[in-house]
Design a protein. Structure first.
Length: 232
């Protein structure tokens, strides 16, 4: 597989420094994964397509140039780190509730010399206490159903910014279920973009939700309350 050529099909250009960073990312991910479970996908081409290229579809769907991005529940850095690699002028905060992932991300960021990424050990609803409505873009990739995810992410988006949910199967069903929550939280569905990954490795729906008004102060609630009683 020629990763550079596959990426170019989505109007994304990689220079040699970026390619080197992705190669190091892959090596470190597979090595770290041997003792700390981060992903079930470890085969070379699958990682490059299902993780790296898939993450970059965020950039293909929405222009991240010069934006501030918060990635909620990033796991091993998806979608934020691949987008930080190809967009050095994007300022990225990663928030994840599991410290083992943050340890991995901090070491990764140092290894591949990413100056524009910081990783924080926090729950999204706690992060919103200090960073409420401060990001241009908030992203989440398959963290939870959209109805719950919206309450975790929308409070972090500034008015005029966007929440971008990366979904695969049944995205329309999730969206229908979440429409009331999105409205209550100050959002409006802007568009849905569909992408097919190469080599029949799956597809991706990217739901772009614009923040049109402030989120009511009572949101987000604790995750337990969100899960028990999502906005309907």
């Amino acid at each position: 597989m020629n990763f550079k050529e596959e990426v170019e099909k989505f109007n994304i250009n990689l220079d040699s420094s970026m390619e080197s960073k992705f190669n190091e990312y892959f090596s470190f991910l597979v090595s770290f994964n041997e003792h700390t479970n981060l992903t079930a996908i470890t085969e070379h081409d699958e990682v490059f397509v299902k993780h790296f290229l898939d993450s970059m579809l965020l950039n293909a769907a929405y222009d991240l140039t010069g934006k501030t991005l918060c990635d909620v529940g990033a796991g091993a850095g998806f979608p934020s780190v691949p987008n930080a690699i190809i967009n050095p002028n994007v300022s990225v905060d990663i928030v994840d509730s599991l410290n083992k992932r943050i340890n991995f991300l901090n070491e990764l960021v140092n290894r591949i010399d990413l100056k524009n990424v910081k990783a924080y050990h926090s729950r999204a609803e706690e992060w919103a206490l200090n960073k409420r409505e401060s990001y241009d873009v908030v992203s989440a990739r398959a963290v939870a159903r959209l109805q719950m995810l919206a309450e975790l992410c929308m409070p972090l988006v500034r008015v005029g910014g966007v929440f971008v949910a990366m979904k695969s199967l049944e995205s329309q069903d999730e969206l229908n279920e979440a429409r009331r929550a999105i409205e209550v939280l100050g959002g409006k569905v802007k568009e849905i973009k569909h992408f097919d990954l190469p080599y029949n490795m799956g597809s991706r729906d990217i739901i772009i939700i614009e923040k049109v008004k402030e989120t009511p102060k009572k949101y987000p609630r604790s995750f337990a309350k969100i899960k028990q009683n999502p906005i309907k």
